[in-house]
Design a protein around this ligand. Sequence first.
Ligand code: M6R
Length: 608
Amino acid sequence: MCGIVGYAGKEQCADILIDALSKLEYRGYDSAGIAVFENGVIKTEKSKGKLADLKDKLAAENSKPEGCVGIGHTRWATHGEPSDVNSHPHGNANVTIVHNGIIENYKEIKDFLLKKGYNFDSETDTETVAKLLDYFYEGNPLETIIKVISEVRGSYALGILFKDFPDKIFAVRKESPLLIGLGKTSNFIASDMTALLKYTRNYYLLEANEIAVISSENVEIFDTHKNPVAKEVNVANWDADAAEKGGYEHFMLKEIHEQPTAIKTTISPRINAGMPYLEESGLNMEDLKKYRKIFIVACGTAMHAGIVGKYIIEKMARVEVTVDIASEFRYRDPILTSEDLVIVISQSGETADTLAALRLSKEAGAKTMAVVNVKGSSIAREADIVIYTHAGPEISVASTKAYTVQLSIMYLLAFELAYAKGRISKERCEQYIADFVKIPDIIEDVIKSSEKSCQFAASKLMNADSLLYIGRGLDYALSMEGSLKLKEISYIHSEAYAAGELKHGTISLVTSEMPVVAVATQSDLFEKTVSNIKEVKARGAKVTLICKESDNVDEDVADYLVKLPVIDDVFMPILASVPLQLIAYYTSVLKGCDVDKPRNLAKSVTVE
Ligand code: M6R
């Protein structure tokens, strides 16, 4: 989704803005632009395409703005196609803005302004806000912004330049994220901290409808009654390298390799004297035991982590768990009571549908818990209980390490709940934890040992038009994620199917043209899955099988094999996720796709 940056300092800022925007590229975008005060005049440059296109344009036209205060934007088109004219910044000589979010009543505002004699160049909702700011402006930016935000409906993070205040950036947000970076002789705005790690680690979080006035020396924050607001300085503990590729060809590969560390960092603080310990996150086990039902609500990969969570929580703790896609949950009128726990899972903490589901659950009186990676994100701030995953910044659009740390929290929750409810003994719980802490090292080995076989499998899959992923139980839950990973970055259609359900319709699709990836890591279901594999092989499918080293696999069962070390079956999904990620990664690489920034996708989905 759109990315915003802004700089008020002592240095020429065009390159700083473009550099900071490059750190937000992972969010997904189709055009970019900057606006800088040059000798007191707002100079705007923008271009359809990537930041490289903007840089080329500035170089070719020798038009890089000169000045030390400016704003920048990467746009992910919502209203109007990607084009130079629809790119941000928008505005006029008096006021120019960048915007992330959606203005729901922009048509009304536009009609109103057209009657007042304003003209519009673009098809965007953003331009209406810029012109509305101009309309209300009578010399006081703070008052103008307050008037405008009382008129607009929807979501917004805005960076604003007023011609009369050439040393300042103004900023305000609601729903869409925006933070204020605090430097020594410069201050910033940004959609997220990865844009600023090179310049500062200190930042303020802007709450809804707080208005920031930012200059090189000072940052002031006001509420909508013009009262100053005191803010706490947050410190990002991600280092600048975390947002760089560090020698890897793609962020996705780097992030796959970072999983052992991410899991260790996520679980270590949650283990105390050999037992799971989630209480430090504000979780009260006595309360947790009492919930009638658990709802897990999320989108995409995070939702898939929830499905694994459902299998293990139900199996171990015998508590009913329902998993919902957030965009469905929010409109399906779910039956929620104060006896229910709603767990939302989100890497970014800003996913619009997940945030809406969280709010709906709170309104219905349910207790809410968020499993979130980004500190201080909207979901983290609004949930009753927050359990942070510690994956560090995930830049690649395809989620990998965020998924395995989300799984890690699901495991800890399942163990702790199962023990609290007396479903497992202390000794059994300690044994699970003892096995769990070994997993990061085992994953390290799996990454190394399965790389070649995954590359080989990818070379066999890359020319397929369509694929099936099959499994049973936990393997089916994992197959969903494997299938999503492949399709989103290699553009090959794929579907995950419960292996036992194939014969009820889907097997009619299976021919020699449709490869199958089978996951069979669960001992009690192995033979049954093998039978399903034989059914697809009998119809000509070539099968890639992911199973345990200890499994005896007849030659006629699999065409390509990826074998995994043997650990307790319950943990196999976390191991088997690695070859699924690698198969997707190498298929994308072999097909020459844009691995880290697949077409049409955004990292943080802040619109419905
Ligand atoms: O930031 P979130 O975890 O809330 O994002 C939810 C999905 O958009 C996300 O998991 C998406 O499916 C993955 N990036 C796909 O790899």
